[in-house]
Design a protein around this ligand. Structure first.
Ligand code: FAD
Ligand code: AMP
Length: 477
């Protein structure tokens, strides 16, 4: 008997909806199943990224940054303001509007691309069968030659600090406070903890980040993470490293957190606590044993480099599989799988996934850092440009950060680029393109960059690799 669809995608987050749209563009008869309901009970597309992740967090980061600029920086550049206040309900309303415009946009893109939409909870049964418990109470059973699982991830909760309505919240709750809490404890100083801590610190909260590890942002190049620690300290964020949270008590509408630091046990009272200790793949009641899809030891769906699971015709992409939990990584995997189903042969270059922390200054990197290279015993050269030497950064009244280029000592091929600077999220794309085309530091150095731009810092850092930077002293070889 013929299948109902060529492709069924489960989950309409960035990984799933990219996969579904590309499948349909390639002439495959495609369906997508999504279970998300918004606060009004309506179906919502776009997954974590659009509803409670990338987009709402960036909306609040931008709004709170503008507030800080107006409060602390406008005076320096000759703009006087007499009265300034943050209207949190208005900020939240705008954030919700950005989210609903985008989620509606994804739904209409799916429609335009003739992807059949099912709203409900899907389960992979095996033999190409997917059952759906639809939100309208109907049940459906569909078949497809190919199934793409894109069910994403959810926040991890920790036993010592169970979520408690409006007091101990996860990242989703932290995007919804209706006023500025006086004192916030953030557990975990990973990317999400730092971004959410920044939002509320800028809006006036006293923010304490409790981080179990001894190092801030250990995934970053350590020169960059040291710069970051300095900047966050200047901004007033109290980051306590080596602080492991061990318990919590609700006391008269506040939260008392216990944590150990070295040999000492400490306690501190907060108005709100944000638990930001990472995310886990979401596979609850998703796969029946007959489907033959296995999980790895950390609970991710096990896949090869082409996102194929152990079951023929079943693929998995995005946060539910290994690799960095980033929207763009899932999008590219989703597109790769759609194209491979259609007979094309693309690959995802997992060595060139850019990472960004949207704090101020932003932190972005791609490729290997100095610590990776040292550990691997590689020979490399480094060029660093401090943003305080950039004319454009001075004109912008924002000279924080550095740009660092690392190249192979012998071949000069770019191995990594690490940026902490305003607009690092945009500048890193230049490095990704260069590295994708296997450029050398000299290729970047021979490229003309418009003046005055922050990107000139990347040019100068590339020049500095061979000791030819114009605006700074070059590192001794
Ligand atoms: P998701 O976006 O989680 O989508 C999975 C979808 O599957 C969901 O809509 C879910 O409802 C649906 N689903 C699950 N199970 C079923 C089922 N059985 N049936 C039907 N539907 C199902 N990443 C970045 O790259 N940049 C950022 O700036 C960034 N900021 C972030 C900020 C925050 C606060 C958070 C929490 C995350 C952030 N991320 C960011 C991470 C990013 O959101 C994720 O990497 C991304 O959403 C993963 O995409 P996905 O499609 O794999 O999964
Ligand atoms: P990420 O996985 O990048 O989102 O970061 C989560 C951070 O939370 C990591 O740096 C962890 O070390 C940290 N973390 C996890 N559990 C605890 C805990 N009980 N107390 C403090 N920090 C924690």
């Amino acid at each position: 008997m013929a299948n109902d669809f060529d492709v069924i995608v489960i989950g309409a987050g960035p990984a799933g909806y990219h996969s579904a749209i590309r499948s349909s563009q390639l002439g495959l008869n495609t369906a997508i199943v999504e279970k998300w309901l918004d606060s009004s009970g309506a179906a919502a597309y776009g997954g974590t990224c659009l509803n409670v992740g990338c987009i709402p967090s960036k909306t609040l980061l931008e709004a709170s940054h503008k507030f800080v600029e107006a409060r602390d920086e406008f005076g320096h550049i000759g703009i006087k303001l007499s009265k300034l206040s943050a209207d949190i309900p208005a900020m939240m309303k705008r954030k919700d509007r950005v989210v609903s415009d985008l989620t509606a946009g994804v739904s209409s893109l799916l429609k335009t691309n003739k992807v059949e939409q099912y709203e409900g909870i899907a389960k992979v049964l095996g033999n190409g069968e997917v059952s759906i418990a639809m939100h309208n109470q109907e049940k459906a059973k569909l078949t497809a030659e190919n199934i793409i699982i894109a069910t994403g991830s959810v926040p991890i909760d920790i036993k010592p600090c169970p979520l408690t309505e409006n007091l101990i919240v996860d990242s989703t709750g932290a995007l919804e406070f209706d006023s500025v809490p006086k004192k916030i404890g953030v557990i975990g100083s990973g990317i999400i903890g730092l971004e959410l801590g920044s939002v509320w610190s800028r809006l006036g909260s006293e923010v304490v980040l409790l981080e179990a590890l001894e190092e801030l942002l250990p995934v970053c190049d350590s020169q960059v993470s040291k710069e970051a620690a300095k900047e966050f300290k200047k901004q007033g964020m109290d980051i306590r490293l080596g602080a492991r949270v061990t318990g919590s008590h609700i006391k008269r509408g506040k939260v008392e957190i216990s944590y150990s630091r070295g040999d000492e046990d400490q306690r501190e009272i907060f108005d709100k606590v944000i638990v930001a200790v990472g995310r886990r793949p979401y596979t609850n009641d998703l796969i029946s044993p007959e489907a033959g899809v296995s999980l790895d030891e950390r609970g991710f769906i096990a896949v090869n480099e082409y996102c194929m699971t152990d079951a023929p015709g079943v693929y998995a992409v995005g946060d539910v599989v290994r690799g960095p939990m980033l929207a763009h990584k899932g999008m590219e995997e989703g597109i790769m799988v759609a194209e491979r189903i259609a007979g094309k042969l693309p690959q995802v270059d997992y060595d060139l996934v850019p990472s960004v922390v949207y704090t101020h200054p932003e932190i972005a990197w791609v490729g290997k850092n100095e610590e990776d290279l040292k550990a691997a015993g590689e020979n490399y050269s480094v060029g660093v440009f401090p943003m305080r030497a950039s004319g454009r950064a001075m004109a912008n009244n924002d000279t924080s950060g550095i740009i660092k280029v690392i190249a192979d000592k012998v071949t000069d091929r770019l191995l990594g680029v690490h940026i902490i600077a305003p607009h690092a999220s945009e500048m890193i794309a230049e490095a990704v393109i260069a590295m994708e085309f296997k450029a050398s530091a000299e290729d970047l150095a021979l490229t003309m960059f418009a003046h005055p731009t922050l990107s000139e810092g990347l040019h100068e850092a590339a020049l500095a690799v061979s000791g030819h930077a114009i605006h700074v002293a070059n590192r001794k070889k």
